[in-house]
Every structure is written in C-alpha cells, then in structure tokens.
Design a protein around this ligand. Structure first.
Ligand code: NAP
Length: 293
C-alpha cells in the first residue's frame, strides 16, 4: 500500500504503475489511454492520476525515487518545469525548453523528455499535413508553444514566426532556440500579438497556423485571427482539445483544413508509451475506443 501518498487512487496499487501528476488531473484522458494500451499489449501495469501541487512535489518525489514498482510518469500543469531538477538525464528538447512531460524510471535513474512537440507533429503527419519546407505561424510562447517551437526545428520546416502577447517571452524563446535553428536551417522571427497589421500579413504568407495560447479555453475565446485573414491554403491547428474554439469554427466555415488538439494528445501519449515499454502504442484502437464519437 502506498500509504505515504495518502491518495485513494494509489492505495490499491500493488504491482508496477505509472502516473500522471499535476493539478487538476481528475479529467485527464491519459489514464484511460494508457490503461487500454497496457491491456491491449498484455502489460501488467496500471496508470493512475495523482493530483499534486508544486509544494507537495518534494515529498512525493522522495517516495517515488525509492519505489521499484514506479516505472514512469507523465507530468502536466503546473509541474512540467518543477520536475526538472529531480531528473537525471534530459533530452535535447527538454534542455531547450525547460519542460518535461515524460519520465522513465530506470532503476532509480530518471530519464526525462517532453513528448508534446513530437506528439503535435506526429498528429499533423497522421492527418496528412506536410510540414517540410513550410512556414509555420505560432501563436503563443507559453509551455506548450515552447515545446512545439523547439520540436519544429527538427521537422524540416523553413520558417517559424512567433506572435505572443508578451513580446519578451517570444524573444527569450527565440534566443534559446537560435543556435539549434542555425544548425537545422530554420529562420525564426518574433512579433508582439498587438501588431495586427503584421499579423495579418504573416498569416497571409503562412502555410500552417498553430494556436498554442490558452485562448479558446472556457470563456476566453475571442479568436486572435481576423476571419478575413484566413486563406484556403492555410492549415489551422488548435491545441485545445476540450471544445471547438471560435478560430476552429471560423476556419471550418471557410472550408479550411482544421486539426484540433486531440491528435497531439493521442500522439504525445503514444510517444511516452514507447519510451516506457519499447512497444508500439495501439493508436487506432485507442482512437476508436476513446475519441471517435
Ligand atoms: P501557458 O504556459 O500558461 O501559456 C499560455 C499562452 O497563452 C501564453 O503565450 C500567453 O501569453 C497566451 N495567452 C493567454 N491568454 C491570452 C490572451 N487573452 N490573449 C493572448 N494570448 C494569451 O499555457 P500552456 O501550458 O502553454 O497551455 C496552452 C494551451 O495548450 C492550454 O489550452 C492547454 O490546455 C493546451 N495544451 C494542449 C495539449 C494537447 O495535448 N493537446 C498539451 C499541452 C497544452 P503571455 O505569454 O503573454 O501570457
């Protein structure tokens, strides 16, 4: 019994287990996705959600570090950066972004990366969106945007244009990514979101628009893009998956290709699963059982 956690969900856990930690995690789809994938792969392990705040983290980490049955975890808001210092090895993308969403426990050594970026691009690939040689316009410079931006440098794109409400954050991101971008031949430019004329011009010249801001969640849903700036050659990607945003609705109305946040969610999970188990994640079955209405 994991009584040290004093969390109901884990008190029943006897064998190997995986976690998603963060707050809130009650409605996370990850336990359903991974438990189904374990079942379909005949892997005797369980995946739980554990609601944790930043100040509860050190105590829980101490216990996880000493628990042989703990095999790995996903990390979500607000812990993606707080977990960093407990990891023994970081991937290139985690070093570039300071974010971790996947930890694998290898005999007490924590190997960490973030699969959100690769999940995003695998989701595009699964929807037949070609990114090689393309110009991507990214809205946002928060946690998710940073990871997508970092991963985009390894995907053969031509140019990354970042618009953010707080320009300084976008500039910091560019600075962090510049050395890698120089190596992989990606041009990066950044602008403040309030520069509407520039935004209109850049949307017009872009191939893929990615809204990686939190605009679109709940009541904060005034599209950041003017309807008249959308054009038929633009693919519109939203990373919000809980609801259809105003931007997605407008793009669909105009007949554009729209990708919501579900493929990203599914494929980041698939990458984490591969890292933990060295097995393929049953993408089609999970999609069909959990996401297809
Ligand atoms: P975050 O770190 O808090 O960043 C939020 C971003 O949104 C920042 O760039 C912020 O700009 C911008 N923003 C917030 N309110 C705004 C407004 N009213 N106008 C313009 N910009 C605004 O959040 P995050 O972790 O990156 O998450 C962003 C979204 O991605 C959330 O909706 C989350 O659910 C979703 N997400 C989806 C997946 C998936 O698998 N599909 C994975 C991760 C996250 P400032 O820098 O100026 O504050």
């Amino acid at each position: 019994m994991k009584t040290w956690l004093n969390k109901e969900s884990l008190n029943h856990c006897e064998g190997d287990y995986y976690l998603i930690i963060g707050s809130p995690v009650k409605h996370s789809l990850s336990p359903k996705m991974h438990n189904l994938a374990f079942k379909l792969n005949n892997i005797p392990a369980t995946y739980f959600s554990l609601d944790l705040k930043v100040d509860e983290l050190p105590e829980v980490i101490k216990n996880l570090k000493n628990d042989k049955n703990f095999k790995g975890m996903n990390i979500t808001y607000p812990l993606k950066e707080a977990v960093l210092k407990y990891c023994d090895e970081l991937s290139e993308v985690s070093k570039l972004t300071g974010a971790v969403n996947t930890v694998k426990n290898e005999d007490g050594r924590w190997i960490a990366t973030t699969t959100d970026g690769i999940g995003f691009f695998n989701g595009l690939n699964d929807n037949n969106v070609e990114v090689k040689g393309k110009k991507i316009l990214l809205l946002g410079a928060g946690g998710a945007a940073r990871v997508i931006a970092a991963q985009s440098l390894f995907e053969g794109i031509d140019e990354l244009i970042i618009f953010n409400r707080t320009l300084q954050k976008a500039q910091n991101l560019k600075e962090k990514l510049q050395e890698t971008a120089d190596k992989t031949g990606v041009k990066i430019r950044v602008f403040p979101l309030e520069d509407e004329d520039r935004l209109s011009k850049e949307v017009e010249e872009s191939d893929i628009l990615v809204n990686a801001t939190s605009v679109g969640m709940g009541s904060d849903d005034n599209s950041l893009i003017k309807p008249e700036d959308l054009h038929e050659n633009l693919v519109v990607c939203e990373i919000v998956y809980k609801e259809k945003t105003e931007l997605a609705k407008e793009a669909e109305k105009q007949g554009l290709k729209v990708i919501d946040g579900l493929p990203m969610l599914l494929f980041q999970g698939a990458e984490s699963f591969k890292i933990w188990t060295d097995k393929e994640f049953p993408v089609a079955e999970v999609q069909q059982k959990l996401f297809d209405n």
